[in-house]
Design a protein around this ligand. Structure first.
Ligand code: AMP
Length: 304
């Protein structure tokens, strides 16, 4: 089924213990759609400025992403800067410049309005709401968010949470949003707001999937070298929702499988700066890592 995503398309400046990159392609919408495009043709709704490099647009187009909803306007592209802690898990935001996103008023095409799957990527909650209002009757709506919006636009954010089927959020944000100490209590609190499916991402410690009463754990793939974790969460969500949209199957078993696919694609994302690794992932690489994931997680389980 068709998948529409709204999210940021950005130039990121990133410092990790291994090095630094400035003005590299990033954004929640970018990582999400690149990951989803491995399974389906996502339609990206976003805005960029005059400084958006033609080669970056060409990359997205070449990766089978529908760019009918990518608008170019006068002004600067969204910019974000972050510095990772030495464990590569925690990070501090150094700056967030909304730039052209400040005045963005997305208008979906008739085809996008009929989308079966909608992902409200991390961006201002008011923008998420405006896209949500334009879709006719999607089968599945999921969202992501970030600490900035929890602290600056909490009410708007919660009103979006109440209207979606699924929330992707990291552990710190889940704590910030609910005040609950354990992830089980935080997930239950978010589920009580409305969404049946709550996915709590925990960086290198994997992701917990609360789907109604079903609880599933998808580990992060153990890697020798993590280069840049930026976008791992969006990549996880992109592969997860892209896989669900491609299979049009929301059964418990398929949601569990989608979580593994999400973890698998996220493991590629962190192996390079920006989209450098993700852009070169092909079907063979996905199959190899899928096999490695099965080996990692399967065990002979005699009765105890
Ligand atoms: P992740 O590492 O999955 O949390 O995603 C990081 C990406 O989100 C970066 O590429 C940023 O450009 C983008 N980003 C960071 N902060 C925001 C924000 N407040 N709104 C929208 N996108 C953001």
């Amino acid at each position: 089924m068709s998948l529409v995503v709204v999210g940021s398309v950005a130039y990121d400046s990133v410092e990790t213990p291994l090095g630094q990159r400035d003005d590299v392609l990033g954004g929640s919408g970018t990582f999400f759609s690149l990951a989803a495009a491995a399974f389906t043709r996502p339609s990206l709704v976003a805005v960029v400025g005059e400084d958006f490099r033609p080669e970056d647009e060409a990359l997205l187009a070449e990766k089978n992403i529908d760019l009918a909803g990518l608008t170019r306007v006068p002004g600067k592209t969204f910019r974000w800067g972050g510095r990772y802690h030495s464990d590569m898990n925690g990070r501090d935001t150094l700056f967030t410049e909304l730039n052209v996103f400040e005045k963005f008023a997305p208008k979906l095409t008739p085809e996008q309005r009929r989308a079966g799957f909608l992902f409200l990527g991390n961006i201002q909650p008011t923008l998420q709401a405006s896209v949500l209002e334009q879709v006719d009757s999607p089968r599945f709506v999921a969202m992501d968010t970030m600490n900035l919006w929890i602290s600056t636009a909490r009410d708007e954010l919660v009103s979006v949470v109440r209207r979606v089927d699924a929330v992707f959020i990291n552990d710190e944000e889940a704590h910030q949003l609910t005040g609950k100490r354990t992830m089980v209590l935080a997930a239950r609190e978010i589920q009580a707001m409305g969404p049946d499916l709550v996915v709590i991402k925990r960086g290198e410690h994997g992701a917990l999937v609360f789907n109604g009463d079903d609880v599933f754990y998808a580990p992060a793939f153990p890697l020798e070298k993590v280069v840049d974790p930026t976008g791992a969460g969006d990549t996880f969500a992109g592969a997860f929702v892209g896989y669900l949209a491609a299979s049009a199957d929301l059964s418990t078993a398929n949601v569990r499988r989608a979580a593994i696919i999400g973890a698998l694609m996220a493991s590629f994302c962190v192996e390079g700066y920006s989209v450098e690794r993700l852009r070169h992932v092909d079907a063979a690489a996905i199959r190899d890592r899928y096999r490695a994931f099965l080996e990692l997680t399967s065990f002979d389980a005699p009765a105890l």
